[in-house]
Design a binder for this molecule. Structure first.
Ligand code: SAM
Length: 240
């Protein structure tokens, strides 16, 4: 995909999330078209808990940037113990929901396309949930260079995203394609093509290591993987 062709998908993606905002949480809570039964929901919730607990360990007293916060499902976890959280999302309807979910004086919400946003400071923790899969291949390195610039020395990046599992999708969606573009429908049947790359944890870890990051990508079981990375320390050879 060229930079130009990914541009078309990126604006369609923002429009899609504007329209999806009122029904977005159905996916997370496995409701409506995403209801795959009680056993499925219990396993999903167990895996969400694994990630929430791991993320919560990173937050106390941190200055946090959340990229693409959506309706604030993870902002809640961050806001509980961070000093301050700055959330950036390109969809106003998503941000409206996040604000009503997380009404905290320590959380700032910014309406902006992350690809055009420049932070004024560096952060101790940068978090993104279900965002890395939406970054087109031709922007992957640039995005990580943005993360590198926005992260303070000794800081941590934490992310969570989807393993490939057709059951995570809505019952009326076609089997998700592994081409990098998937078809998504809204409750009223409108259909959108969006970028969704199902990274393999090991592959993703190697790609990040090749960019100079140190850390691990771990699957939670059936549905998710999460990653925790630090900037590689500068080469100290010659100093000791
Ligand atoms: C899959 S949702 C994830 C929301 C939230 N992080 C979560 O885990 O529930 C993707 C989010 O990315 C946002 N988004 C899409 N394109 C964006 C862009 N270029 N800049 C910032 N946010 C964007 C959407 O508005 C949406 O809220």
């Amino acid at each position: 995909m060229t930079e130009q062709s990914s541009e078309k998908f990126l604006s369609e993606q923002i429009h899609y999330y504007d329209e999806r905002a009122p029904e977005y949480d159905d996916w997370f809570f496995r409701l409506g078209r995403f209801d795959r039964g009680e056993d499925h929901r219990k396993l999903w919730e167990t895996e969400v808990r694994i990630v929430r607990n791991e993320l919560a360990r990173e937050c106390p007293n941190r200055l946090v940037l959340e990229v693409a916060c959506g309706t604030g499902l993870w902002t809640e976890v961050l806001a509980r113990s961070a000093n301050r959280v700055v959330c950036v999302d390109a969809s106003e309807p998503m941000l409206t929901r996040a604000k009503s979910r997380v009404g905290s004086a320590t959380v700032e919400f910014i309406h902006s396309d992350i690809y055009h946003w420049k932070p004024e400071k560096q952060f101790d923790l940068i978090f993104f949930g279900f965002w890395i899969s939406h970054i087109p291949t031709d922007r992957f390195e640039n995005f990580w260079s943005f993360v590198n610039d926005a992260l303070a020395a000794g800081g941590t990046v934490f992310f969570v995203d989807s393993l490939y599992n057709p059951e995570t999708s809505a019952k009326d969606h076609p089997t998700p394609s592994r081409s990098g573009i998937v078809e998504r429908k809204l409750n009223d049947g409108r259909s959108y093509s969006i970028i969704k790359i199902f990274h393999e944890p090991e592959d993703l870890q190697s790609r990040l290591e090749a960019l100079g990051w140190t850390g691990q990508v771990q699957p939670t079981g059936e549905f998710f993987y999460y990653g925790r990375f630090r900037k590689a320390y500068p080469n100290l050879q010659g100093i000791v």
